[in-house]
Every structure is written in structure tokens, then in C-alpha cells.
Ligand binder design. Structure first.
Ligand code: G3H
Ligand code: 13P
Ligand code: ZN
Length: 334
């Protein structure tokens, strides 16, 4: 059984000795900072995992694979972990980090102890500032003792965040001075910032947009601190149209324009979170399959199409984020 290396991550440090392709988020961020952003993709099942690995192989990109609390409890968390490890073996030339997305304190401690994760996100952003600091500090202490990195969040995105509905009026942009104080007090390694994006398929219903001025102010207050943008799906309108043509109802669905994400690495954004766009591809492929193949009963038929379409999507996003063709540059730094 592979064992976890002890001490702080630094230099070449594989999380699993037998899986050297799983690297620390620290190593990835060091390579990417202000040069490109990494796609951080949520996965829930076999087909998504295979499509994700194929897309990153095809675009020669380092990446972050992330597992939410809901994904961990969908079947049994160890099944997803086993699939990821096995894909690591099947795609030995890739480099990636494994990240817990939107963990509560208990999820974080469990994930740190599991020895599987490169990094965890503690999301206590719904708590008052001091409580957020207190919880985040406890997670940082535990994680750092095991060489694992911690993403924390300050400010609140709109949309649905782990079953908490945050409406536009209650979404709070990250305050730069508070962000600086938060990072200093908690020692977190990266910071998720609220700059106008929101989770889910219905972003920007009113006058919302990415607040680049705010992003710039946060970056200036936190030089050298890797920033993370959640809620960054683009909700492609052709995808929405195809889903509606196949019986879905998604009117008003809207996302972040891809052009807005192309250069966010210049503001220190190293990680861009994408989940909803993958769900849309799954929905489109399966709705079209059942519409066009009323007698079809073989789940592998839409599954094959989905894996291919998802791989194409991942390769495309990596081009937008600038992580495509960065695999060898990252490897050279290890
Ligand atoms: O930000 C939340 C992610 O999209 C994960 O969603 O909690 O439904 O897995 P989930
Ligand atoms: P989207 O809902 O925009 O895909 O955001 C995903 C996310 O932030 C996961 O943490
Ligand atoms: Zn998120």
C-alpha cells in the first residue's frame, strides 16, 4: 500500500509513491502562477473521469480533478478514488492534482486523513469573518502537517453552493483588505474570491458581470497568492439550444463569457472551477440519444458519445485557460 510522504510539500513530492502522476497543488500553482490558469473539473462518475483524462491527454494539459461533498456521497467515495488512481495508471504521462471541492470541516479532516488528496477546500465563507478564520486555521494546521494544501473562501458567490441558495442580493464580493487579513491569519495556500461569478446554469440573470476592477484590487493586495475562480462555467448557448430542442427547459441559462476567462491568470487566478458545463454536455448527449433512438436501451451507446464529447470540451477549455500544451513545462519544473 503506498504511503503518504511526511512533511511540507516542496520540490518533487508525489502524494502516492506508486502514482507519481498525482502531484501537489503547490507544484501546479507554482508552475502556473501568472502564466496560465488550470482547469479544475468536477467529476462524479466513470464516464466523466475517462473523458477528463482523454481531454487532458489530447491537449497535453496539467489539470485538477475535483470531488465535491455530493460526489463523495453519490456512491462510495473510495470508488471514485479507485477510478482516478487507475486512470493515473492508464494515462501515466499526465500530471494532475486531486482536490476536495467545497468541503466542510469534517470533509476536510476526513480527506486529509485519507492520504488521497493533494489539496482540500474549506468553505466556511457563509460564516462571519472570525468564525471563518477559526475553522480555516484548524484545517490548515491539520493539512500542512501532512503536506496538503488548503483553498479557503472569503466573500460569497451567488447561486447554489452546496445546497445553500445565495441570491444575487446576498452575494458579497470579496473585500481586498479583508482577504489580505484572512490569508495572513489563516495561512491558507490559495483563496477563492467572489468577483461576480455564481454556481449553476443561471448566472448573470440581472446586471451581474465579472468585476475585473475588484479582481485587480484583490490581486494587488495579495501578491504571490494563488487565486481561484468558482462558478466559471460558460453555459454555451448552442448547448442550451440543443438541450431545449431535445425536450429540456433551460430558458434564461447563461454563463461567463470564455473571453473573460482567457487572461485571468494575469490577475493571479491559477484555478478555474468548471462543473455545470460538464452537466450540460451530459444532458445534451443523453436527451439527444433518447430522442433519436427511441428503441435504444444500451447505456454504453450514449456513454461512449458522452466520453468523446466531454474530452473535446476539456481540451477546448484548456486552450482557453492557457493550460493546453503546458504539460512538459510543468514536468520540467518537478
Ligand atoms: O460548486 C459546487 C459544484 O458545482 C459541485 O456541485 O455539490 O452538486 O456536486 P455538487
Ligand atoms: P459552475 O457551476 O460554474 O460550473 O462552477 C463550479 C464550481 O465552482 C465548483 O466548485
Ligand atoms: Zn464552487
Amino acid at each position: 500500500m503506498p504511503t503518504l510522504p511526511t512533511g511540507q510539500a516542496g520540490g518533487r513530492q508525489a502524494i502516492w509513491h506508486n502514482y507519481p502522476m498525482i502531484i501537489t497543488t503547490k507544484e501546479l500553482f507554482a508552475a502556473a502562477y501568472r502564466k496560465f490558469s488550470l482547469g479544475a473539473y468536477n467529476i462524479n462518475n466513470l464516464e466523466q473521469i475517462v473523458g477528463l483524462f482523454r481531454g487532458n491527454r489530447d491537449s497535453k494539459a496539467p489539470f485538477i480533478i475535483q470531488i465535491s461533498k455530493g460526489a463523495r456521497s453519490y456512491t462510495d467515495k473510495t470508488l471514485l478514488e479507485a477510478l482516478i488512481r487507475q486512470c493515473g495508471t492508464l494515462f501515466p504521462d499526465l500530471l494532475f492534482a486531486v482536490h476536495l471541492d467545497h468541503g466542510d470541516e469534517q470533509n476536510c479532516h476526513d480527506s486529509i486523513d485519507s492520504g488521497f488528496y493533494s489539496s482540500v477546500m474549506i468553505d466556511a465563507s457563509m460564516e462571519p469573518f472570525e468564525k471563518n478564520v477559526e475553522i480555516t486555521k484548524r484545517v490548515v494546521e491539520h493539512a500542512h502537517a501532512k503536506g496538503i494544501r488548503v483553498e479557503a473562501e472569503i466573500g460569497q458567490l451567488g447561486g447554489v453552493e452546496e445546497h445553500i441558495n445565495v441570491d444575487e442580493a446576498n452575494a458579497h464580493l470579496t473585500d481586498p483588505a479583508q482577504a489580505k487579513e484572512f490569508v495572513e491569519k489563516t495561512g491558507c495556500d490559495s483563496l477563492a474570491v467572489a468577483v461576480g461569478t455564481s454556481h449553476g446554469a443561471y448566472k448573470f440573470s440581472g446586471s451581474q458581470k465579472i468585476h475585473f476592477n475588484r479582481l485587480q484590487e484583490i490581486a494587488a493586495a495579495l501578491p504571490g497568492v494563488p487565486l481561484v475562480m468558482h462558478g466559471s462555467s460558460s453555459v454555451p448557448q448552442d448547448e442550451v439550444a440543443k438541450i431545449e430542442a431535445a425536450g429540456g427547459k433551460l430558458s434564461g441559462a447563461k454563463g461567463v463569457s470564455e473571453g473573460d476567462l482567457e487572461k485571468v491568470y494575469e490577475y493571479g487566478v491559477v484555478k478555474i472551477n468548471i462543473d455545470t458545463d460538464g452537466r450540460l454536455i451530459w444532458t445534451r448527449v443523453h436527451r439527444e440519444y433518447f430522442r433519436d433512438t427511441p428503441k435504444g436501451i444500451d447505456l454504453r451507446d450514449p456513454g461512449k458519445v458522452f466520453m468523446q464529447e466531454y474530452a473535446k470540451f476539456i481540451a477546448h477549455k484548456n486552450e482557453i485557460f492557457g493550460s493546453a500544451n503546458q504539460l512538459e513545462a510543468v514536468r520540467a519544473l518537478l
